[in-house]
Design a protein around this ligand. Sequence first.
Ligand code: RP5
Length: 171
Amino acid sequence: MTAQAQPQPQPRVGVVMGSRSDFDTMQGALDLLAQFQIPYEVRVLSAHRTPQLLPTYAARAERLDLSCIIAGAGGAAHLPGMLAAFTRVPVLGVPVQSRALSGQDSLLSIVQMPAGVPVATFAIGQAGAKNAALFAAALLATTDAEVRARLDAFRAAQTSAVLDDPHFDGH
Ligand code: RP5
């Protein structure tokens, strides 16, 4: 018997990054999207090395009606801003921690957009990647009751983990 390919659910979030070397940073976003059962797709796109792929991906994001694109990049991190220039799909920018400047360069490259083309910018590194995924879940939760319930449960578990810590002396 041959294995049947399972139909893949249509992605609701796009996750892109400027290089394969960004993958470790972005893994936290992928893990959380999976935990919330939000279908996603992943692409490596570079504003500098594959600039021709940016308008193509932006058009795809609109065609698929993605709720948002999470875009991680480091150094001269133009990927989130350039994608935002090509599409009205909300772009959540994750500054990857660079070797030379510890991600300060990535952060400023992503956050300092000119008025008119916004990129929602998150913390440098893995915290930013995770929070971008949680933000994507919050966006979907405005219209999706199942995602809303999972997000509420995630928050409740996070709170319990703090309050149930034996080192927490309570109030
Ligand atoms: C950026 O340059 C990427 O987002 C990555 O963070 C950085 C370094 O890329 P590699 O030289 O490791 O491919 O475009």
